[in-house]
Design a protein around this ligand. Sequence first.
Ligand code: 4NP
Length: 152
Amino acid sequence: MATPRVLMVCLGNICRSPMAEGILKHKAQLQGLDVFIDSAGTSSWHQGEQPDGRAQEEMLKNGIDISDQNSRPFRPDDFDHFDHILVMDTSNKANVLSLARTAEDKAKVKLILDFGSEKKGNSVPDPYYDDSFDRVYDLLDYACDAFLQELK
Ligand code: 4NP
């Protein structure tokens, strides 16, 4: 089977989607699963920057180093290179869907919290302003487990 390719998407690509990328990579590695994982932002506001220091700190608390990541904007050709495009909130979803060219593109886009039974339809809150990085970690940890379960 071809290696599944997963793109995590948020607004700035410095908080939620880098954390989601790091968590999913860590879990896939622990489970011996071959999955290609990347992340992007719907804006280019932080292009080239490392993840927010608070996101890096929260991840390190959980044993995961994401200092090698750099923000980049989502591009329409990401639809050609990824099988699953997991967005953090409903605004990210609308922005990504507005760039979709085909029904096949649209079908790749899902809210990350649609994975798992507890939070379907919900958004991952943006921790950039309210510092809720530990809550975001827990939500993403749960959703990434559920996503890998479905992928297997
Ligand atoms: P993220 O958080 O979308 O989870 O990376 C944000 C990062 C930066 C900004 C907003 C949200 N900003 O306004 O610069």
